[in-house]
Design a protein around this ligand. Structure first.
Ligand code: PBG
Length: 305
């Protein structure tokens, strides 16, 4: 009588690819996750494909940072090279990228600065150039995540004008300013050097605001809408499902992964059971797809079920 199911194809596996790593570097705050060298990307892509996981989401950890985030749109940048590696190993695997600037900026913010403030409109063109460079490398899906106003419109226009009208946009539509991103920022060395992201990411107390952002992204041309974080935000996932007919993606973020890992390592939780229960909860709330660092393990568990 189970009303809801989850399968490996509903999952997307996020990976960190580092320009400086020569071997996989363990991420201390995310047990089981690594900063991978380029040479390992093909192997991971094959694993993801063999397990029938829906796709791969690539984050870059660049060697250099500056005040325009130039590494983000460099045709020879870490994400662009990682996409090419993944695509040459697995031409049919869906490859998605994160389109943001924080890991490429010397100040760690997601946009260019004007004094100590973020310059929303000057950031839009850089995001579009970044998305175009990912599409040119072979990305199927780009995920604008800097939470600038009109980022989806800018990326859609940029892609279309460059001939990438078939590249899909997975919009980080309801992305809250959350403490659950802590381990991710260790992994990608992307913490802001001053202040926080509250002037662009959303206030976690606001559901109506999230609704506005979801509808705006849909109108700007998003193909998939994302809610992030996940576990503490299932009401927002449900809301997104009920106000839009686009596919809804829930991001089961780093801090959520790490808390289940930590408790499981201590023997306080049964990891397999809590992870599968959590994935079902995302689906029950209305998510079509789930981005999760547990994807490889969960896909194996689902196969054994
Ligand atoms: C880039 C970005 C972040 C995450 C995804 N894209 C960090 C942030 O916004 O600070 C977080 C993902 C996670 O915690 O797993 N802006």
């Amino acid at each position: 009588m189970r009303e809801t199911s989850v399968s490996a194809g509903d999952l997307i596996f996020p990976i960190f690819v580092s320009e400086t790593a020569t071997a996989p570097e363990a991420i201390a705050s995310m047990p089981g996750q690594f900063r991978l060298p380029l040479s390992h990307v093909g192997k991971i892509a094959k694993q993801v494909e063999t397990l029938d996981i829906g796709g791969l989401l690539i984050f870059g950890v660049p060697a250099h940072k500056d005040d325009t985030g130039s590494g983000a749109y460099d045709s020879n940048g870490i994400v662009q090279n990682a996409v090419r590696e993944a695509k040459s190993a697995c031409p049919d695997l869906v490859i998605a990228t994160d389109v943001c600037l924080c890991a490429y900026m010397d100040h760690g913010h997601c946009g260019v600065l004007k004094g100590s403030e973020i310059d929303n409109d000057r950031t839009l063109d850089i995001l579009a150039q970044t998305a175009i460079s990912h599409a040119r490398a072979g990305a199927d899906v780009v995920g604008p995540s800097s939470v600038m106003d009109f980022q989806v419109r800018a990326v859609r226009q940029g892609l279309d004008q460059s001939g990438f009208d078939q590249t899909a946009i997975m919009a980080y539509s309801a992305k809250f300013a959350s403490a659950f991103y802590g381990p991710f920022r260790d992994a990608s060395d992307s913490s802001p050097s001053f202040g926080d992201r509250a002037s662009y990411q959303h206030d976690f107390g606001n559901l109506r605001h999230a609704r506005r952002e979801i509808l705006a992204d849909e109108a700007e041309g998003a193909d998939l809408l994302m809610v992030k974080p996940g576990i503490a935000y299932l009401d927002v996932v449900h809301e997104a499902r009920s106000i839009s007919n686009l596919p809804i993606v829930a991001y089961n973020v780093s801090g959520e992964y790490s808390m289940l890992k930590a408790a499981s390592e201590r023997g306080w939780l049964d990891e397999r059971k809590v992870v599968l229960e959590t994935l079902i909860a995302f689906k029950r709330a209305g998510a079509d797809l789930i981005i999760t660092y547990h994807a490889l393990e969960a896909a194996k568990w689902l196969k054994d079920n």
